[in-house]
Design a protein around this ligand. Structure first.
Ligand code: NAD
Length: 449
């Protein structure tokens, strides 16, 4: 049940943000007809004109190909969903500072869908939600249609676990977790994902388990990064390169006491890791469980922009400069490498603190649109990388996009101030590269390096 004839299958995707666009593009790339629905008229008009605002490697091409082949269409009109066999929901699920879900987008999507849902459809939710939301909020709203979950339509929760910058390859590789309202919903979702994208599936015994899987993934990542960030601080004091420690620590074979320590950095940003742990913390609290590890990891990771600022100031002092007399070029403004996403970027508090200390800060990120920079940083970008680093006392690489691999540091050396330090916030330059920077006359300092 809930699966149509495969040859004529059609899918709708509600919410064409980062996740929805990647999912829609990936499905059309597999030859499946997809209609994307979003209530943001500007976004839909941009996509229809072949413009993709998300700087995700490969995504603009994939979306443009989908639109050109007519396999992908986009609209603000919800009526489009009733003629599709599978409905995928990927709207945003932000949280308030106390961790409670802002359910406006989810509720809006469910209410619109309830007016159009028809018997036989399979509805798949991908948005990250607190445990209990599918059963407690989503299903009742959909049943407002008069149709019954499990009897008339299928309902599954399949959390999205991609990360920005490598989203398309992860979508094609990562197993899809499935929590279903009933066995038929699980089975239909499993066949759909296996046949459409060709990935493995991990069926869970309940929708709640699947909801918790996603939150656990991000709880673990945030915690792991917090450990790497604290390790980096110890390394900074003991003259040890944190990357050497992490590589060696990670060398024990899998299953024999292995660890997989992630990397330290200028901080954790983006729309997921900064909110999902709090979402879980809140859910747990409502269930009477106080999760102590979550606030600890969040506090450590939120302290990293401050750590980075202190590091810049310390290095400037070694050059005989105070922040008031210094120029700092910040290369990479996004919340992580290879994305143009500025949501909750840790670079923003770094820039704010440096400005507060009196430094002149120049910004440059080839993946971020000028208007977005203005909104988040209150000023525009330098015209070019060379302009950004001109007379700079410090070049802080706070996101290392692939575009930065081609940076000619000999040219940076010529443009920058006579004494200049390269601060590596997440470039993770190799020892060879660090040696080369030193040969060129730069001082070098990384997070825990
Ligand atoms: P986003 O904010 O980029 O996109 C959400 C989209 O939904 C927006 O385009 C918005 O206009 C649209 N929307 C909102 N309400 C709507 C409605 N009622 N009808 C139609 N469209 C509506 O969010 P995102 O980053 O794509 O994340 C979506 C979900 O996936 C969230 O739950 C997030 O936690 C989760 N997630 C995100 C990522 C990521 O890296 N961005 C990774 C895994 C999971």
């Amino acid at each position: 049940r809930f699966l149509p004839d495969w040859e004529s299958i059609t899918v709708s995707v509600i919410g064409l943000g980062y996740v929805g666009s990647c999912v829609a593009a990936t499905l059309t790339d597999q030859g499946i007809r997809v209609v994307g629905v979003d209530n943001d008229e500007t976004l839909v008009a941009e996509l229809a004109a072949g413009h993709c605002r998300f700087r995700e490697p490969g995504l603009p091409d994939l979306l443009a190909r989908g639109i050109a082949s007519s396999l992908l269409s986009v609209t603000t009109d919800y009526d489009a969903v009733s003629s599709t066999d599978i409905v995928i929901v990927a709207v945003g699920t932000p949280v308030r500072p106390d961790g409670t879900l802002v359910d406006t987008q989810l509720r809006g999507a469910c209410e619109e869908l309830a007016r159009r849902i028809r018997p036989g459809q399979l509805v798949v939710f991908k948005s990250t939600v607190p445990v209990g939301t599918t059963r407690g909020l989503v299903a009742p709203l959909l049943q407002g249609s008069g149709l019954s979950c499990g009897a008339d339509f299928g309902l599954a929760f399949c959390p999205e676990r991609l990360s920005e910058g490598v989203a398309l390859s992860e979508l094609r590789r990562f197993p899809i977790v499935i929590g279903g309202w009933c066995q038929d919903s699980v089975d239909a979702a499993a066949v759909f994902w296996q046949k459409s994208i060709g990935v493995d599936v991990v069926p869970c015994g309940s929708i709640e388990a699947a909801e918790l899987v996603k939150l656990t993934n991000n709880w673990w990542v945030d915690h792991n990064i917090a450990l790497a960030n604290e390790l980096a601080q110890v390394c900074a004091r003991s003259g040890v390169d944190v990357l050497e420690v992490i590589a060696a620590a990670n060398s024990i074979p899998k299953g024999e006491g292995s660890v997989n320590v992630l990397l330290p950095s200028v901080g954790v940003g983006g729309s997921c890791l900064t909110k999902d742990p709090w979402m879980l913390w809140r859910s747990a609290r409502e269930l009477g469980v106080e999760l102590r590890t979550i606030p600890v990891a969040r506090t450590v990771n939120d302290s990293m922009p401050g750590f980075t600022v202190r590091l810049v100031v310390e290095e400037l002092a070694k050059l005989g400069k105070s922040p008031e007399t210094a120029t700092v070029a910040v290369l990479g403004l996004a919340f992580k490498n290879d994305t143009g996403d500025l949501r909750a970027t840790p670079v923003a508090p770094v820039v704010a603190a440096l400005r507060q200390a009196g430094a002149q800060v120049r910004l440059y990120d080839p993946l971020v649109e000028a208007g977005e920079t203005e909104k988040t940083f209150g000023s525009g970008q330098a015209e070019s990388l060379t302009e950004a680093v001109r007379d700079a006392d410090c070049v802080a690489v706070l996101a290392r996009h692939k575009e930065f691999d081609a940076v000619d540091f000999a040219e940076v050396r010529r443009a920058a101030a006579p004494s200049c330090v390269v601060v590596d916030g997440r470039a993770y330059y190799s020892r060879d590269m660090i040696g080369r920077l030193r040969e060129l006359g730069f001082a070098y300092r990384g997070i825990g390096r």
